[in-house]
Design a protein around this ligand. Sequence first.
Ligand code: IVH
Length: 695
Amino acid sequence: MTREQAMARHAELAEQIRAHDYAYYVLARPVISDQEYDRLYRELVDLERAFPELVTPDSPTQRVGGAPLPEFGQVRHAVPMMSLDNTYSTGEVREFVGRVQKLLPGAKLEWVVEPKVDGVAVSLRYENGVFTVGATRGDGAVGDDITANLKTIRSVPLRIPSAHAGARTTGAAPDGSGSKLQPPRVLEVRGEVYLTRRGFEKLNAERIEAGEEPFANPRNAAAGSLKQLDPRIVAKRPLEVVLYGIGQADGEGIPATQAELLSWLKELGFKTPEKHWLCRTTDELFEAIAALDKLRPELPYETDGAVAKLNSFALRERCGATAKAPRWAIAYKYPAEQAQTRLRAITVQVGRTGALTPVAELEPVFLAGSTISRATLHNEEELRRKDIRVGDIVIIEKAGEVIPAVVGVVKEKRTGAEKRFVFPRHCPECGTAVSRESIAGETGVIWRCTNRDCPARIRGRIEHWCSRGAMDIEGAGEVLVAQLVKSGLAHDVADLYRLELGQVAALERMGEKSARNFLDNVEASKQRDLWRLIFGLGILHVGAGVAKSLARHYATLDQLAAASRDELTQIEDIGPVIAESVYAWFNDPANQRLIERLRSAGLNFKSSLHRPADAKGPFAGKTFVLTGTLPGMTREQATAKIESLGGRVSSSVSSKTDYVLAGSDPGSKLDKAKSLGVRVIDEAEFLRLAGEAKL
Ligand code: IVH
């Protein structure tokens, strides 16, 4: 392919991918299958690999994460990012309208009502149509430069007018006069980064699976994600953006009202609020607020209120602002569904990773569609901050699908008999002193029981191993697992494979029939695919997704176990934190013994996800023969590396051999290679080939 052909194809692919991103992420109406999309994307990646000069900052490949930042830079907003005055009272909304009318005597007021999206405010700056800088609000004047993180969000166009606007004008302007939607020279668009409820639940489920602390609500999850210094992590969080305002805007055709602004932003390719209401009277404004309240449960994200804004920008100008907020807008917050009940007790749960979580044991109360008797108290800090005491009447809240949480205490109802809760410094299960751990990039600390033989942790590990997402052993519920552990029959997951019918049948509430069923299920689990086993091991940070990546990369558990930290880091989806955790796990002698016992029990260690033949890699289709002792790696490690990069290892040299990798004291294979003219390489050259082609 010539450079010119490459350029033309690059432009074509980039254009198509932009259009598909828009259709998928902004309109939520995909036009091609994920597979077709992946094919286009791969072609673009390959093309850019061959012609690196074609990579521009707004290429669709430039979304997914560069290297972690040491810290965020600062960005001064060209126009300050203000906040909004809030109220929970409709009376105050009426007063607000009165105030604005007084500021604008005789003016005919029009309002726009929009959902107040419960996310994190951001500003996106475009220069000549290209996304240049994205920032948080910060103190309103200066925010954090989170450009790299924002680029990972597919609904943030890297270029405007978007593919969609371009495509439209191509058809609309056959005379070649170009787009009537010229991007302004400078445009700062403002809005909210958020997680949908679905995205939030999925993210939390993954975190719990991986032994990590779940986020308290979608807003915290979005904020925590944007604060990540590693954009590769952010790329995996299902973040979305919605835009409803502008800051600096220099150019032609900037709209004069909010309603026009919203359709203009949409035309430029931005995602705007699902719905807004243009209201010509105060009554219409209140009708809109009520209509939005009805609609809220159907919106895919959490909304905590309605924002009422003056429609005309010229009139806004005349209203001005206070130090913090404009005088022309107000946020009306809908009351969250709350209930009061007595906090009977606080218990502390110990998870399989040893994390201690305080749980509120409540007098049952009906709230937002279900009866609630337990609620999470998150962590010790949260307890202290809210001064929650046993015996208190507490306020619990449930917003949407969020886990019920204790939001506060009704202090007036205290009798003096309430007791402060002393967070245990010893594991409530086994008495071991707990150790404190802060979580990088997130608030709060976790206390962990470090005793790996803690019964709660053993139960947790076995339950996790048996869970549907892991080894899928039916019948192994909480009760049975607790019995197995308590009776001493199972101390770890390998023990499950030594259980005898008589032992299980003798357990309380177990008949011979259910015991037999259970053991059949245990037996069947021996054939599960390798990724399930890896996931089932419960390695910190290894959820099902990571387990699959590992099982795609390695053909067997032994290859994974032999991997170095560096090698692990190079695998797709595996960053340094995960790599360290996996490496440490497999290099722990106790875990190595567990693996050996699983092996002798006859468990499958082979991965069906691994596809060396199809694998694209620098060694794709290449055959290696190993001979002699390598200075820096074992034969297993060399084999794993070759296979992971798409090659295969054969035991004898033939004319089909591509490389002989020779160490010290090579045998007759070296002679044979020489006589056949096969290329002989040493370890240094091997690593160079492996690294060079990988990029
Ligand atoms: S307008 C100068 N519109 O709520 C006025 N804000 O509590 C700028 N928010 O800082 C804000 N949805 O982060 C506006 N439709 C919406 C909004 C919205 C959510 C956020 C925004 C703002 C905060 C104030």
